[in-house]
Design a protein around this ligand. Structure first.
Ligand code: ACO
Length: 343
């Protein structure tokens, strides 16, 4: 270990430790200037909220590396409940401090933290340029390989962007709603009447749900979507939804979800779109997305750039996004580092 890495002091990143959260926020935000735009710019409310509010069924473990009084690196792991993996959500060295072993020290801490939480595998998404696409830093993949990580058979896919100034897929209006369905809008908080259905659709991706979802006020209160909303609200995000209701049965046949951070009035994150298996083949996916885009723009007239990501095996959604004018920007590739003797 070189002198720089040996002098690092690691401080847990905890929501109530305001000075450390502030130092981490500055480091993360300032470092972003060095990274090509693969997501919306950092939003302070979203980032600080993310320290306190983990996604449902996960917990977070993070540390900030200080050199003297200066934050020079950061590490965040997402720990899915009941799984042997720790997902590297952030492993960052301040741009001016790179190639001095800080990343390696962070990686070691990641291994230790993962082991402390009983995890035997570290996994991470690493961004890569697409052939002919925008240039991307090859450093992260070289770094991962240098530390003994390998490309896994985990999910790979593409990040896509739609610039509404270049192409507006809703210029011709929203296509007609297929016969037998009606559209229903809602905002950040899903109506009680749809909370279980949205949770089922989202978790099963439209396949037949398991039998155990339950019903009634307690099931609604503890549903996946309610817990997800808690995180969203805690991160200062606003969300916009459109659902398709099957008129004959009253069932929610599908929905789409898009959300915004507080700090980025021009950026929208296109989240999940799912249509139940029994209701596919009617063009509902495109209708939902375009109707929701119209919904968003009524409330957020400055939205211009829409970001989304799809795994390679979700060809229908990639094709739908391309038809809407989304342009692939980069690939994300899964890497893994199994538990190994200390480096
Ligand atoms: N190009 C080629 N090889 C690299 C590069 C690079 N840009 N950066 C690191 N490496 C390799 C080298 O083999 C290096 O050893 P060397 O300097 O003796 O040649 C080795 O990785 C260790 O490098 P460190 O000095 O320990 O790492 P550093 O502090 O520079 O941090 C990091 C590397 C974290 C990738 C940094 O560039 C960064 O913060 N990038 C932006 C955030 C990011 O993309 N993180 C994802 C990391 S991948 C993952 O989490 C598995």
């Amino acid at each position: 270990m070189n002198d720089t890495a040996a002098d690092l002091r690691f401080v847990p990143l905890e929501a109530d430790d305001v000075p450390t959260v502030d130092a981490w926020l500055r480091l993360t935000t300032e470092s972003a200037e060095d990274v090509p735009l693969s997501a919306a710019p950092h939003c302070a409310a979203d980032l600080t909220g993310s320290v306190r509010f983990a996604p449902p069924d996960t917990s977070l473990a993070g540390e900030v590396a200080f050199l003297g009084g200066q934050a020079v690196g950061a590490l965040r792991l997402v720990l899915p409940d009941g799984a042997p993996v720790a997902v590297v959500d952030q492993l960052l060295t301040a741009p001016k401090e790179r190639r001095q072993g800080i990343g390696t020290a962070l990686f070691r801490r990641a291994r230790s933290l993962a082991a402390e939480h009983g995890r035997t595998l570290l996994v991470a998404d690493v961004v890569q340029a697409l052939p002919g696409g925008p240039v991307r830093d090859e450093g992260p993949a070289a770094f991962a390989a240098a530390l003994g990580a390998t490309v896994s058979d985990g999910p790979e896919g593409v990040h896509q962007w739609l610039d509404l100034d270049r192409h507006d897929p809703s210029a011709g209006g929203v296509p007609e709603v297929p016969a037998g369905y009606r559209l229903q809008r809602w905002g950040t908080v899903t109506p009680d009447a749809f909370a279980i259905a949205v949770s089922e659709l989202g978790q099963s991706l439209g396949a037949s749900p398991p039998e155990t979802w339950g019903e009634g006020p307690d099931a609604v209160r503890t549903s996946h979507v309610r817990r997800y909303e808690r995180m969203r609200v805690g991160r200062g995000r606003r969300a916009y939804h459109v659902g398709a209701v099957h008129e004959a049965t009253g069932e929610l046949a599908g929905f789409t979800s898009a959300s915004k951070t507080t700090g980025n009035p021009e950026h929208l994150l296109q989240g999940m779109t799912v249509v139940a298996a029994a209701h596919r083949g009617h063009g509902l996916g495109l209708v939902l997305k375009l109707a929701n885009l119209a919904h968003v723009r009524e409330y957020e007239p400055r939205v211009r750039l829409i970001e989304t990501a799809n795994a390679d095996d979700n060809r229908p959604m990639i094709a739908l996004n391309e038809a809407m004018g989304f342009v692939p920007q980069e690939r994300f590739v899964s890497w893994e580092a199994p538990d190994a003797p200390a480096l």
